[in-house]
Design a protein around this ligand. Structure first.
Ligand code: NG6
Ligand code: CA
Length: 518
């Protein structure tokens, strides 16, 4: 490892100096046995949103640097094309579609992963890791939907599924409650403004976005999307909320808050072996970037928050460099689902998109069964251990659990991670083939991709979402696409290859047989 390479992530002199010091220190202290592991999970970041994945209208130098030093996957998949089911599977190693309660969670959802489940964080804890979860959660908190008292500790929570530390947004930026949960208690709690949340009834005297557009000083909702209920700091949201006072977040500080927490975690835990999940709010709506990025991309706020995401990555890598941890930290950067341009706010993302293709050359996007729904950026960087390059291996987030368990010498406990396979060789870039197939879940149906063919089961669901301008992939007929020849999925060849349809359908049915019915 060259010094220059090791320090390339550093920003400015301070980082470089820190790096040099750590290089000297490392000679004295033996490296811990297993690497630290960091998941950086962007929200709604598309395959084509990063310059290392072909974007030209926007530059993401920090992510590109990660890709240059690591393995950049071209056929890696989130389990689902929306957040809650995608993250559920990431943390549990169980297909979210085996349960019927893993759809997009409201902000007052009870915890979806139950304490008795053995999550990936539990697995790391068993291996002696210190564990942390920072940023977007969207997996519910508390025992039962709607029953949380946000003025007290909310439990169960991440602590009950193996996270020693958490600093989280309960759901999404566009859903109440708009406060940070610091180890399951509201951060900066303001006792003069007790918090009430409801997804059923509004609170009398609380102005709503739909009646008070004059209060929407930062962003207005797109027509007909909703997002016109509680107003928090100049942006209306989904759900009703009262109180919060000084604990309410300011959207322009969400990225810097969670980045600072991630950097602090790394700094404070650098003498332990740690697992850190960082779920960014970027590039989900409402997109209201920090002043450092606002209007800087020329593509409106959606472009600006891609720059902001890139900055977050840079800050994390810079801290690892300063702490001398680059060679002992496996960083995985990915997204929870595919991209969407207008997801509910008038942020001019559509108007200013220009020739940028968030979905790369693929069809669909967030919410969709087409390929761009779940094929996401996926970069694995572990300097000195994972070669730099590109991997066409078919990989799914579902396998992170078993693959990383293998890496850290843990057996999968009975009942844990039932759908996760050990594909460590693929994850580390040594096996360039990967899985035989991945299963992709949209809010309606499942589809299956075997690296060459993509088969989508018939569905009577809507073909198109007019609001988000997304082709959802629902069709009452079988759909089969040859991804090698037709990555844009323009030609349905199901009629031409009935045997292939039959074969992939049978594989899917076998997978589904353990309880799930369409
Ligand atoms: C949808 C919201 C969308 C977004 C999404 C969840 C409407 C019309 N749209 O229901 O704005 O919040 O849920 O996104 O309400 S996710 O990436 O967290 O899955
Ligand atoms: Ca998402």
């Amino acid at each position: 490892m060259h010094f220059k390479q090791l320090c390339e992530f550093g920003f400015g002199i301070a980082a470089l100096t820190g790096c040099a010091q750590q290089n000297q220190k490392k000679v004295e202290a033996p490296l811990p046995k297993h690497p630290n592991i960091i998941f950086i999970v962007a929200d709604d970041l598309g395959y084509g949103d990063l310059s290392c994945y072909g974007a030209t209208q926007i530059q993401t130098p920090n992510v590109d640097s990660l890709a240059r030093h690591g393995m950049r996957f071209t056929d890696a998949h989130a389990v689902a094309s929306t957040s809650t089911p995608s993250r559920y599977s990431l943390f549990t190693g169980q297909y979210s579609w085996r349960r019927n309660d893993t759809g997009i969670a409201p902000g007052d959802a009870g915890m979806i992963i139950r304490p008795e489940q053995i999550s990936i964080a539990d697995m790391f804890k068993d291996a002696g890791y210190t564990t942390g979860a920072i940023g977007k959660w969207h997996l519910g908190l508390g025992n039962e939907t709607g029953s949380q008292d946000w003025n007290k500790e909310v439990s169960p929570g991440p602590r009950d599924i193996g996270f020693d530390y958490s600093y989280l947004m309960a759901a999404t930026g566009d859903r109440v409650p708009c406060v940070w949960m610091d180890n399951q208690k509201v951060a900066n709690y303001d006792s003069s403004a007790p918090i009430y949340v409801s997804y059923k009834d509004s609170f009398p005297d609380e102005p709503l976005g739909r009646n008070h557009p004059e209060l929407l000083t930062k962003l207005k909702p797109s027509p007909n999307h909703g997002h016109n209920q509680a107003i928090v700091n100049g942006i209306s949201r989904i759900g009703y909320m009262k109180g919060g006072g000084k604990a309410l977040w300011e959207d322009e500080h969400i990225a810097d808050t969670l980045t600072a927490k991630a950097v602090d975690f790394i700094r404070n835990k650098k003498d332990t072996t740690f697992f850190l999940y960082v779920g960014t709010n970027d590039v989900h709506v409402p997109r209201y970037p920090n002043a450092n990025f606002r209007d800087k991309s020329g593509m409106g706020y959606r472009g600006d928050v891609i720059l902001q995401f890139d900055w977050t990555v840079g800050q994390i890598m810079s801290e690892l460099t300063k702490d001398g941890l680059l060679e002992n930290t496996l960083v995985i950067l990915t997204s929870d689902n595919g991209p969407v341009v207008d997801d509910g706010y008038q942020d001019r993302a559509v108007e200013l998109l220009g020739n940028h293709h968030p979905w790369g050359d693929m069809r669909g996007g967030k919410y969709s069964s087409y390929e761009a729904g779940t094929r996401v950026p996926f970069i694995v960087c572990w300097q000195g251990k994972v070669d730099a390059g590109e991997s066409p291996a078919l990989f799914s987030h579902i396998d992170l659990y078993a693959s990383l368990a293998n890496l850290v010498g843990q057996k999968i406990k009975d009942g844990a991670a039932p759908d996760s396979q050990n594909n460590l060789e693929a994850l580390l870039g040594k096996d360039k083939k990967g899985r035989n197939y991945v299963i992709e879940a949209s809010p309606w149906i499942l589809s299956i991709n075997d690296g060459e063919w993509h088969y989508i089961v018939p569905s009577k669901g809507p073909a198109y979402n007019k609001l988000t301008n997304t082709e959802l992939g629902n069709d009452p007929k079988d759909q089969l696409y040859n991804l090698k020849e037709d990555i844009g999925e323009k030609h349905n060849v199901a009629d031409k290859y009935p045997e292939k349809v039959k074969e992939l359908k049978a594989v899917l049915e076998k997978e589904m047989a353990s309880g799930y019915k369409l």
